[in-house]
Design a protein around this ligand. Sequence first.
Ligand code: PLP
Length: 390
Amino acid sequence: MEIQFADRMQEFKEGIFTTLAKIKKQRLAEGKKCYDLSVGTPDFLPDAHVMEALTEASRDPQNYKYAISDTDELVAAVQGWYKNRYGVTLEADEIMSLYGSQEGLSRIGMVLCNPGDIVLTPNPGYPIFSMGPMLNGAKIVHYDLKEENGYLIDFDAIDPEIAKAAKAMVVSYPANPICRLAPKEFYTDLIAFAKKYNIVILHDNAYSEIVFDGKEGFSFLAMEGAKEVGIEFNSLSKGYNLTGARISFALGNRDIIREFQKLRSQIDYGIFKPVQAAAVAALTGPQDMVIRNRAEYQKRRDALCNGLSEIGWEGVWSEGTMFAWGPLPKGYTNSEQFVLDLIDKAGVFCVPGSVFGPLGEGYVRLAMVKTVDEIKEMVEDIAKSGIIQK
Ligand SMILES: Cc1ncc(COP(=O)(O)O)c(C=O)c1O
């Protein structure tokens, strides 16, 4: 039988991470060094009390039933988190859990868009921002994030006809992959833009806990009018290192949350209760781990970015997130070619900027998932490889 796949499958090529994983496997089999700075999986553990809460809950036979919904404890923990951390009051019907923000972003388009409706997404941007709504039948129109605008959205550059037709807009700071922050004033402009054109804002806040140089991350929902125009995705993957447990939240506008819950009630039966218990422990327990992580990421940022600059690779930087972003070193214009050469010559794996949209070409993203000592050794190996021309 010849299987006829859906036309949409033609949109997918082998992902870059699969390609890189194959190269890594081959190199390791040959006994060659690999510094893998490609995927953004934290190498830090959740706090011991969080793992303990998960373990204990996993011993309760009742917890192997379908969870169906969020426990009252989880909803209360999220309310406390948003109040204490961000100064935002949330009612229970303004909160829902997700199997990761990734999963939420891959489905929210189904709630908001009819086929062909426009969703505005960042270029460069984290792939699911465009891929999710596109899989849900929306038409993606990019807005540009350019260095000369401080990587903020230039609202005047968005065609008013496109803005009038747009249904939703995905916005995310601290931004992956460009590693830049947005000031609070930016969000005032964003909310005004959303109201003017009747556009739902989908704000992804995966990295509010990983910002550097004494700055403080915040929530979009803390801005006046935010709940009227949209929702925020927030994740326990990066701030609390519960990455593989898959628990995140959509929060804010209660009409959107209600419809999203209605959709998800057809698809899933709730988050595994031990994972919910771990989230409660993370959000209600001591918060010093969040501060420790942030400090460690900043040390890594300094070792990586200053180290690369000292060996002649200028411009790689990060104001926040667990990544650093920068232009290709001299002599390169094609990011994929550079990534392959960097692996070949120095054993360093990173992600070509082109993966994040056309404006990402000419750049690379490095995940800060190695210790300071490993990063220093890696920078030395890059210097020795001769790939950086001064
Ligand atoms: C900007 C951004 N949003 C969302 C995610 C995914 O988060 P989650 O683990 O909650 O699905 C990531 C993961 O790297 C990310 O970088």
